[in-house]
Design a protein around this ligand. Structure first.
Ligand code: C2O
Length: 509
């Protein structure tokens, strides 16, 4: 592999992505940030400079396995100290997967302010297409900083959001906020041009903080070729539901009658607190000189269920059964979620992270991580052969809302997703080549059972990707095979420099 070097400056800029002026947090001044391109096997070297005036940051490469490089996973309080204003951290890791993903700030609610971008990791061809249109980001958007909304979230209610964006752009009707001088207008809808007969690859990413989208293009079908970073046996559908953090790679053939068509991110209103309108739209044109609004209509039904695409559709290309592998017992890893006013808890505790004293620092310093008052769990293989951890998360909250559960450092096999109470046995588990991915829905009032291979020593987060919920403690942390965590001296030095800079800045703040 080659070395691919990237420079990212985290900075605030004035923005008006939908014609409403505010301040965005950006990578290099744009929302979305620059796309990172690399090939399977490359070494990525990414210099992140924090140019925010008064905030720490830390950047996570969502879905990237970080095999042997846990110190670059980008979780402040777990795998690193926050990067202080003015400081730079160089992330270095190997690309061991291929497909589509995204990177985003993992510091508080910063990605809601614009701190995200695409990652396109090229590997062996898994589909035929003529043109790659790159990432297509579906996003919810607030006209005031998400941090302001946070006060509403803390009081227990899902905070209202104002709009949605496709690739960082949309229109907004200023007449709905008559005296608001920040509404300057001039927002644009996302547009792409199709040439009749060509096949296009779109890399769908849901980068929302609270929204589930149902993606479709009027008059066209989608051939789905990958979920998250896992190639699947292609299937064809007229629309696809995508929850926060998930990706779907789709091929669209320009085989409709030439004209203008709506591209839709339908809002699945049951799953979030967004406006219950028709969702967000962009435009596909066959003639790039056309400026008309499409008149196309959709026959796609946006359901009210927050569930994932059915497991039967998401068949990994590379068949891997979970059947004949030793399974670590489920007992110790059965979690309960309860909502007590504004905190989400797992086994009665909420994860609280100290940005200046991450788990890895404690490990490097030879301090005892355990016992901890929080959800930090030790997992380690007992010795022989590939070994699995099976995690069952049961939702016992009174709300019954679904949660997109994301695991760091691993892909997981989705064994069960039921609107039911887990009966303590594995009889309902799907172990024959089940879906494999890095975000899956925990159905409201139900349970999610996932298995992952214990092959990556480190400290890894598993959390709900609804930004409010993660900040409300709906996370737990695995310390995997602690004694096997190895880090080069140079990486350890960089790690310590980041911590020293952060703690110094904190003191002088
Ligand atoms: Cu997309 Cu823990 O992150």
């Amino acid at each position: 592999g080659e070395t691919v070097e990237v420079w990212l400056s985290v900075q605030e800029v004035p923005c008006a992505p939908d014609g409403y002026s505010r301040t965005c947090m950006t990578f290099n001044g744009t929302v979305p940030g620059p796309t990172i391109h690399a090939n399977w096997g490359d070494n990525l070297v990414i210099h992140v400079t924090n140019n925010l005036p008064s905030n720490g940051t830390a950047i996570h490469w969502h879905g990237v396995r970080q095999l042997g490089s846990v110190e670059y996973d980008g979780v402040p309080g777990v795998t690193q100290c926050a990067i202080a204003p003015g400081d730079t951290l160089t992330y270095q890791f190997r690309v061991t997967q291929y497909g589509s993903t995204w990177y985003h700030s993992h510091f508080s609610l910063q990605y809601a302010e614009g701190l995200f971008g695409g990652m396109v990791l090229n590997g062996p061809a898994t589909a035929d297409y003529d043109e790659d249109l790159g990432s297509l980001f579906l996003q919810d958007w607030s006209h005031v900083p998400a941090f302001t909304r946070w006060n509403v979230a803390k009081a227990g209610a899902p905070p209202p959001l104002d709009n949605g964006l496709i690739n960082g752009t949309n229109t907004f009707d200023c007449s709905t906020v008559p005296d608001d001088t920040n509404c300057v207008g001039g927002g644009k809808k996302f547009e792409a041009v199709f040439e009749a007969g060509k096949k296009y690859r779109l890399r769908l990413v849901n980068v929302a903080i609270d929204g589930v989208f149902h993606f479709s293009i009027d008059g066209h079908t989608l051939t789905v070729i990958a979920n998250d970073l896992v190639p699947i046996v292609p299937y064809t559908t007229d629309g696809i539901q995508i929850t926060i953090g998930q990706r779907y790679d789709v091929i669209v053939e320009a085989n409709a009658a030439p004209g203008d068509y709506w591209l839709r991110g339908g809002w699945v209103s049951a799953c979030n607190g967004l406006p219950t309108s028709d969702g967000i739209t962009g435009i596909i044109r066959y003639d790039n000189s056309s400026t008309a609004d499409p008149t196309s209509t959709s026959t796609v039904v946006v359901g009210t269920s927050c569930d994932d695409e059915p497991a039967a559709s998401l068949v990994p290309h590379l068949a891997l059964d979970v059947t004949n592998m030793p399974v670590i017992t489920t007992e110790d890893l059965a979690w309960k979620i309860e909502n007590s006013y504004f905190k989400w808890t797992i086994n009665t505790s909420s994860l609280v992270l100290d940005w200046g004293n991450p788990t890895l620092l404690q490990i490097f310093n030879g301090e005892d991580v355990f016992p901890t008052p929080y959800n930090v769990v030790e997992v380690a293989p007992s010795g022989t052969g590939p070994e699995w951890a099976v995690l069952v998360i049961q939702d016992l909250s009174t709300f019954g809302i679904s949660h997109p559960i994301h695991l760091h450092g691993h892909d997981f096999w989705v064994l069960a997703q039921e609107r039911d109470t887990f009966n303590g046995t594995t009889t309902a588990f799907n172990t024959i080549n089940p879906p494999r991915r890095d975000v899956a829905v925990l159905p409201g009032n139900g349970y999610l059972a996932i298995a992952f291979l214990l092959d990556n020593p480190g400290a890894w987060l598993v959390h709900c990707h609804i930004a409010w919920h993660a900040s409300q403690g709906l996370s737990l942390e695995f310390v995997e095979s602690q004694s096997s965590i190895t880090v080069d001296q140079a990486d350890k030095d960089a790690f310590n420099d980041t911590c020293n800079a952060w703690n110094e800045w904190k003191q002088n703040e």
